[in-house]
Write a protein that binds this ligand. Structure first.
Ligand SMILES: Nc1ncnc2c1ncn2[C@@H]1O[C@H](COP(=O)(O)OP(=O)(O)OP(=O)(O)O)[C@@H](O)[C@H]1O
Length: 595
C-alpha cells in the first residue's frame, strides 16, 4: 500500500472517533449525492430521446419529464449543500479530537526528555499546522466526501459507457485512469518534497512564531530585529518551497502532453458517437447519456483543490499518529506505585547523566546526601549542573547510571506523579501563567483545598501582601494585561508569586521544598525578609536551595559545591570557609563585590 493510500485509510479510520452517527450519516449522504447525477443522466437521456415524439403526441408527459429533471437538479443542489454541511461538521469534530490527542501526547510523559527530541518537535509542528494542519483536517474531510462522491459517480459513468460500448468504454477508462495516475503521482511527489526538510521547516516556523506568538516583543523592538526575523522566515520558508516549485514546473510539460493525448481521445470518442448517430447505430437518447457519462469520467483524470485539501489533513493526521508513536517511546506514568514511598534522606549515589546519548555528561558521578528535615544548599559555577540535579530529583529525566533514593527506596521505584505531590518547587524559570493570582498560587499543590487562610498565609510569607492589596480584583485578578481587567507584575513580584506557590504547597502537605534561584529577582531587603519566612515555613522539612546568593546559601545547614560534574566540597558554611577552598573563594569574591 502506498504512503498516500495508507494515510488515507488512517484518516478514514479516525472518522468514527469524531462521531459514529455523524460518520454514518455523512457516508450515506455521500453515496446518495453521488448516485443522483447518474439518475439525472438517465432521465436527461430519456428526455433528449423523446422530445420530438412527446412534442407531437404527449405534451403533458414532456412537461412531466422536464419537471423531473428540474426536481432532480434541485435535489442534487440541496444534497450537495447538506453533504458540505455534514462533512464540515465531521471535519471540525475530527479537528478537535486530533488537537486533544496532540495535547495529551505532549503532556503525557512524566519526564521532559521528549521535549528535547527534534523528531517530536517536527511531528508536533506537522500535526499542528505547518501546512494547513487542523484547519486542513476539516478541509480534508470535506475533500474526502467530495472526492469520494465524484469517484462513485465516475465509477457509475464508467459502467454506463462500457455498457453502451465496451470498446469505447475500455479506451476512455484506460486513458482517464492513466492520465489521472500520472497527475496524482506528480502531485504526491511535489507534496512529498515539502516534507524533505522538516528541520528547516521547524526553523522557519520558529521565526514566524517569534514575530506572531509574543514573548520576544521587547527584544524585537529594542534590537531592531523585526526585519531580520521576517527575512529569516522568508529565506528559510522559500528554501523549503523552492525545490517543490521547481519540481512542479518540471512536471508541467509531461502533464500538458498527457492532457493533449486525452483531448485526442475525446475527439475520437466524439467522432465515434457522431458516426454512430448518423449511421443510426445508436439513438439520440443513448448518445446523450454517453456524452454525460464521458464528462463524468473527467474526475478520474484530474487533480483538484480537493486533493490538496485532503493531502493537508492526511499529513496532519499522519503526523498525529507518528507523534503518538514516537512519544510512546518515552516513559509514561507508571500504572501504580511499585513501592510505597517512605521518608528519609535524599541520596544521589554515583549519579551520571548526559542530556543526550553520546553527548558530554553533565553529572559524572555525583555522591550527595540531603538530610531529612534539614536545609541543604547547592552552589557552583554557571552551567555546572545544579538545575540538572533538581530535574533528576523531580524525575524529569532518569540517571544514565547510579541511583537517586529517598531513604532506602530508589525514586525510580516510585510512581513519579505521586512522588511529585510530595515536592514544593520554585523553578528558576518560574511559570508566568495568565490566570488569576488565586489559581497561580493554588496550582503549586496537588491538594488545592487550603482555602483562603492558606492562600493569605502563603502570600504574606512570600512578601506578596502589598502587591495583593493593590490588585484590582484581589486574588481573582488575572495576571496578564492581555486579558480584560488583567495586570502584569514586575519580575520580582512574579518571583514572589512563585515562592507563594511553593509555600502554599508546603502548607498543603508537601514534604520537600526545592528552590532553584528563588530570590534572584528580589531586592536585597525583600530577599532577606522572604528567605527568613521560607526558613520558618520549611522548619523541620527537607529543603534544597540552589543559588548564587551566598547571603541565603550560608544559612543552610549543609552546603555542597558542584564542580565539573562531581561534588567537590561539602560542609556547613563555617566548615567550608575554614577549609579555604572554592566555596570560600566564591563567598569572599561576592562579599568583596558588595563592599
Ligand atoms: N534540555 C537540555 N538539553 C541539553 N543540554 C542541557 C539541557 N538543559 C541544560 N543543559 C546543559 O546542561 C548543563 C548544566 O545545566 P544546568 O541548567 O543544570 O546548570 P546550572 O548549574 O543550573 O547553571 P546556572 O547556574 O547557570 O543556572 C549546561 O551545560 C547546559 O547547557
Amino acid at each position: 500500500m502506498t504512503a498516500g493510500r495508507s494515510t488515507m485509510v488512517q484518516l478514514l479510520g479516525m472518522l468514527p472517533a469524531a462521531g459514529r452517527g455523524l460518520t454514518a450519516i455523512t457516508a450515506t449522504a455521500t453515496v446518495v449525492t453521488a448516485l443522483l447525477p447518474l439518475v439525472l443522466m438517465q432521465v436527461v437521456g430519456v428526455l433528449v430521446g423523446s422530445v420530438p415524439r412527446l412534442l407531437a403526441d404527449d405534451r403533458p408527459a414532456l412537461w412531466m419529464l422536464l419537471a423531473a429533471v428540474g426536481v432532480l437538479l434541485a435535489v442534487q443542489q440541496l444534497a450537495g449543500l447538506l453533504l458540505a454541511g455534514l462533512s464540515e461538521r465531521l471535519g471540525r469534530r475530527l479537528n478537535l479530537v486530533l488537537r486533544t490527542r496532540v495535547m495529551k501526547a505532549m503532556t503525557e510523559p512524566v519526564g521532559l526528555a521528549h521535549l528535547d527530541d527534534a523528531r517530536v518537535q517536527e511531528l508536533r509542528l506537522g500535526a499542528q499546522g505547518l501546512r494547513g494542519g487542523y484547519a486542513g483536517v476539516m478541509g480534508s474531510v470535506v475533500g474526502l466526501t467530495h472526492n469520494g462522491g465524484l469517484l462513485l459517480t465516475a465509477a457509475g459513468c464508467a459502467v454506463t459507457i462500457v455498457w453502451i460500448s465496451p470498446m469505447l468504454g475500455a479506451i476512455l477508462l484506460v486513458s482517464h485512469v492513466a492520465v489521472g495516475t500520472l497527475a496524482r503521482r506528480r502531485f504526491r511527489e511535489s507534496v512529498s518534497l515539502l516534507h524533505l526538510d522538516p528541520a528547516r521547516q521547524r526553523r522557519s516556523a520558529y521565526f514566524r512564531d517569534l514575530a506572531l506568538a509574543g514573548g520576544a516583543d521587547k527584544e524585537l523592538r529594542v534590537f531592531g530585529l523585526a526585519g531580520w526575523v521576517i527575512d529569516r522566515f522568508d529565506s528559510t520558508w522559500f528554501a523549503v518551497m523552492r525545490s517543490a516549485w521547481r519540481d512542479r514546473r518540471r512536471s508541467h510539460p509531461v502533464l500538458f502532453a498527457a492532457y493533449v493525448a486525452l483531448g485526442v481521445v475525446y475527439a475520437g470518442a466524439a467522432y465515434w458517437l457522431v458516426r454512430a448517430g448518423t449511421d443510426h447505430v445508436m439513438g439520440v437518447s443513448t448518445i446523450a447519456v454517453a456524452i454525460q457519462a464521458i464528462l463524468g469520467l473527467m474526475t478520474l483524470a484530474t487533480v483538484s483543490q480537493w486533493d490538496e485539501l485532503m493531502q493537508a489533513g492526511r499529513d496532519a493526521s499522519a503526523a498525529v499518529v507518528a507523534l503518538e508513536r514516537r512519544i510512546g517511546e518515552f516513559p509514561a506514568r507508571a500504572a501504580a506505585p511499585v513501592v510505597p514511598a517512605t521518608g528519609g534522606d535524599l541520596v544521589f549515589d554515583n549519579v551520571r547523566f548526559a542530556y543526550r546519548a553520546g553527548s558530554r555528561a553533565v553529572l559524572k558521578g555525583v555522591d550527595l546526601v540531603i538530610p531529612e528535615g534539614r536545609a541543604t544548599a547547592i552552589v557552583g559555577r554557571n552551567g555546572c549542573g545544579k538545575s540538572t540535579l533538581l530535574k533528576l530529583l523531580l524525575r524529569f529525566y532518569e540517571p544514565d547510571s547510579g541511583r537517586v533514593c529517598r531513604g532506602p527506596v530508589a525514586l525510580s521505584a516510585l510512581d513519579p506523579v505521586a512522588w511529585r505531590t510530595r515536592c514544593a518547587v520554585v523553578f528558576q524559570d518560574y511559570l508566568r501563567m495568565a490566570v488569576s493570582l488565586r489559581d497561580a498560587v493554588e496550582f503549586g499543590a496537588w491538594d488545592r483545598r487550603g482555602g483562603q487562610q492558606a492562600l493569605d498565609l502563603a502570600a504574606e510569607r512570600a512578601g506578596l501582601s502589598q502587591v495583593l492589596a493593590e490588585l484590582p480584583d484581589g486574588w481573582d485578578t488575572v495576571l496578564s494585561p492581555r486579558f480584560a481587567g488583567g495586570v502584569d507584575l514586575s519580575g520580582g513580584q512574579w518571583q514572589k508569586v512563585a515562592i507563594a506557590r511553593a509555600l502554599y504547597a508546603l502548607d498543603r502537605g508537601a514534604e520537600i521544598l526545592i528552590m532553584d534561584e528563588p530570590t534572584a529577582s528580589l531586592d536585597a531587603e525583600a530577599e532577606q525578609a522572604v528567605y527568613e519566612s521560607i526558613i520558618e515555613a520549611a522548619a523541620g522539612r527537607t529543603s534544597i536551595l540552589v543559588s548564587h546568593r551566598f547571603s541565603s546559601v550560608r544559612k543552610a545547614d549543609h552546603i555542597h559545591v558542584l564542580d565539573d560534574g562531581v561534588i567537590a566540597e561539602h560542609g556547613s558554611h563555617p566548615e567550608l570557609m575554614a577549609r579555604g577552598g572554592s566555596y570560600a573563594r566564591m563567598f569572599d569574591k561576592q562579599a568583596e563585590l558588595l563592599r
